[in-house]
Design a protein around this ligand. Structure first.
Ligand code: FAD
Ligand code: UDP
Length: 371
């Protein structure tokens, strides 16, 4: 029996669910409040290159099922993320690896680097890290914390590292080899032709109708009445009219500029790790595609972290104790909404990467269709 599905949001969660639902013979309507599909992975072709409109997106995963899944819809290039940190004009390789240690301390071997790191970690010896600052120092020591972590993190999250949870920094790998690959995953790359084209292919099914510039909250009650099932990928607290209180988010402001040079910074991603520079990073889009595009022009984007207020784009959930506890209460309310599946970074209030969000969507599909 075919059912009527409404998908709220055309990000990766919504589009994967829409595709799988349509494939099983259901009639699917996707509504999207923006004027384009693809959510935050949206890319737009400008001057012959794909511009990542909502910040740099590098696909990386160790989940073979997800990697095979996305390959139904796109080929991927061999881009490997190797960001550089600029701290007061000094350039350091990321993630923290032998190149970084060598630039920072002049060490040459893993043994010399380990000795230096252990010496630096001493100040945390025997203490359990209680916050991000302590976690960073016990992981890598004060020099790297002060130069490459503190300023960047405090800008990004808008609060002091002593008030931030330790888990944020556990994402950063520490390596004793000369390897600047930011990720440890088995697979990595960027869809050739851009993320938007990949999403359009996921959505290209005769059972799927897409309505842009359409906000769920303009007709919430009507939608709830008229559809058999709703997959909601917007903010969970907003769905419940913030009745238990507001969850916190971080926002971002992107400043995109065309430069009349062929190569502006020599790398796709340069992080600015000192507190005094107001942006966290500059991305130069053509380097995600190995120099495609105009030889004499390039497009760069500065990324400024920003506080979030109602109405702003909620880019990051802030998964601290207070918010996670509040989210758990909203999740209880969500369970009682039999008609609605809550999914994605905002619907599940989780700091998901793209592969994780696709995996979560495929799990939701299995739960929904039991096959
Ligand atoms: P979204 O992409 O946010 O999609 C939700 C959609 O729902 C949006 O289009 C929104 O407009 C729409 N919507 C919301 N409310 C409504 C409503 N009321 N009515 C109608 N439509 C609505 N992940 C990686 O794996 N690698 C990276 O390098 C990476 N870099 C990132 C960089 C930045 C700056 C950010 C912010 C995220 C990054 N991510 C990265 C994470 C990645 O963007 C997410 O995992 C993924 O896009 C989440 O997909 P989603 O479908 O949950 O949400
Ligand atoms: N980080 C940092 N210095 C850097 C890059 C990252 O201290 O040069 C920290 C920062 O706290 C950030 C976290 O590591 O929030 C995760 O960074 P990542 O680049 O993995 O996250 P993204 O913002 O891309 O999701």
């Amino acid at each position: 029996m075919s059912k009527k599905y409404l998908i709220v949001g055309s990000g990766l969660f919504g589009t994967v669910f829409a595709h799988e639902s349509a494939k099983r013979g259901n009639r699917v309507t996707v509504i999207e409040k923006r004027n384009h599909v693809a959510g935050n992975v949206y890319t737009k072709k400008i001057d012959g290159i794909q511009v990542h409109q909502y910040g740099a997106h590098i696909f990386h995963t160790s989940n073979k099922k997800v990697w095979d899944y996305v390959h139904q819809f796109a080929d991927f290039n061999r881009y490997t993320n190797s960001p550089i940190a600029n701290y007061k004009g000094h350039m350091y390789n990321l993630p923290f690896n032998m190149n970084t240690f060598s630039e920072m301390w002049g060490v040459r071997t893993p043994q010399e680097a380990m000795a230096k790191i252990n010496e630096q970690r001493q100040e945390m010896a025997g203490k359990e890290p209680k916050n991000l600052e302590e976690q960073a120092i016990s992981l890598i020591g004060r020099d790297i914390y002060e130069k490459l972590i503190k300023g960047y993190t405090e800008k990004q999250w808008g609060r002091s590292c002593t008030e931030l949870p330790a888990f944020i920094i556990k994402r950063l790998p520490v390596r004793l080899i000369y390897d600047n690959n930011y990720f440890n995953d088995d697979y990595q790359g960027i869809p050739i032709g851009g993320y938007t084209r990949m999403v359009e292919k996921i959505l290209a099914h005769p059972n799927i109708t897409i309505k842009l510039n359409t906000d769920f909250f303009d007709k919430k009650d009507e939608y709830l009445k008229n559809y058999d099932k709703i997959v909601y990928t917007g903010m969970i607290d907003k769905f419940f009219d913030y009745k238990l209180g507001e969850l916190e988010y971080r926002s971002l402001r992107f400043e995109t500029e065309e430069k009349n040079v062929g190569n502006y910074q020599g790398n796709a991603v340069v992080n600015y790790t000192e507190a005094e520079v107001p942006y966290t990073r500059i991305i130069e889009h053509k380097h995600f595609e190995f120099g495609k595009g105009d030889l004499n022009k390039t497009i760069i984007t500065r990324e400024y972290p920003a506080d979030w207020h109602r109405g702003d784009e909620p880019y990051y959930p802030v998964n601290n104790k207070r918010n996670n506890e509040l989210y758990a209460k909203y999740a209880e309310l969500a369970k009682k909404q039999n008609k609605v599946v809550f999914g994605g970074r905002l619907g599940q209030y989780k700091y998901y990467n793209m592969d994780q969000v696709i995996s979560a969507a495929l799990t939701a599909v299995r739960n929904e269709f039991r096959r």
